[in-house]
Design a protein around this ligand. Structure first.
Ligand SMILES: CC(C)(COP(=O)(O)OP(=O)(O)OC[C@H]1O[C@@H](n2cnc3c(N)ncnc32)[C@H](O)[C@@H]1OP(=O)(O)O)[C@@H](O)C(=O)NCCC(=O)NCCS
Length: 156
């Protein structure tokens, strides 16, 4: 007898208010200094681009992007621990960049901890380049950690 392994059905859709609990669960699990429920709800309320990636209908990743005055800012991208290294982070960032382009943004900016090897490697792979640093931007276990500012030109 042979087992037939089915590929999960992957969908990307806008985040809704009812998704906040599931998103918050991943957020709390993945970050040492996570966003709060209030921050996530505010992102939806003010109309940021908030999207989720679902595997067989269940949320396993999400991303938040703001767009204003020709600039987009990737504020969060997060994949649940058990679903990492399946290409979901890259897929979701590509989706957010498409949205930014559709809204006529000419650049996408983001901040990342230099110690966050997974994220830095992902963004470099997607051709983001370092354009600066924000000293003592993030809380850390001991004191503060700088942020790298990365940018990707969206007009070619
Ligand atoms: C960063 C993050 C979003 C990547 O998501 P992911 O779905 O695991 O990444 P992908 O599978 O799309 O990986 C794409 C590429 O990124 C790089 N990458 C991803 N995770 C990596 C890791 N742990 N170490 C080194 N490179 C990594 C690899 O080049 C990878 O390609 P490969 O698998 O073919 O080698 C995920 O690790 C995460 O959610 N981390 C916690 C939240 C976070 O730090 N978000 C970023 C805030 S700035």
């Amino acid at each position: 007898m042979s087992a037939v392994l089915q590929q999960p059905k992957v969908t990307v859709r806008p985040m809704r208010d009812v998704d906040v609990d599931a998103v918050l669960k991943i957020e709390l699990d993945m970050y040492e200094f996570p966003w709060t429920e209030g921050i996530l709800k505010d992102c939806l309320r003010v109309g940021y681009c908030c999207w989720v990636l679902c595997e067989d209908g269940g949320i396993v990743a999400y991303a938040v992007l703001s767009i204003a005055a020709g600039e987009s800012h990737l504020l969060n991208v997060c994949v649940s621990a058990q679903c990492q290294r399946r290409g979901y982070g890259k897929q979701l960032v590509e989706h957010m960049l498409d949205l930014a382009k559709r809204h006529d943004a000419q650049v996408c900016l983001l901040e990342v901890r230099p110690s966050n090897t997974a994220a830095v490697t992902l963004y470099e792979k997607m051709n983001f380049v370092e354009v600066g640093t924000r000293p003592a931007y993030y809380p850390a276990k001991k004191g503060r950690e700088d942020a790298l500012i990365l940018a990707l030109e969206l007009i070619f």
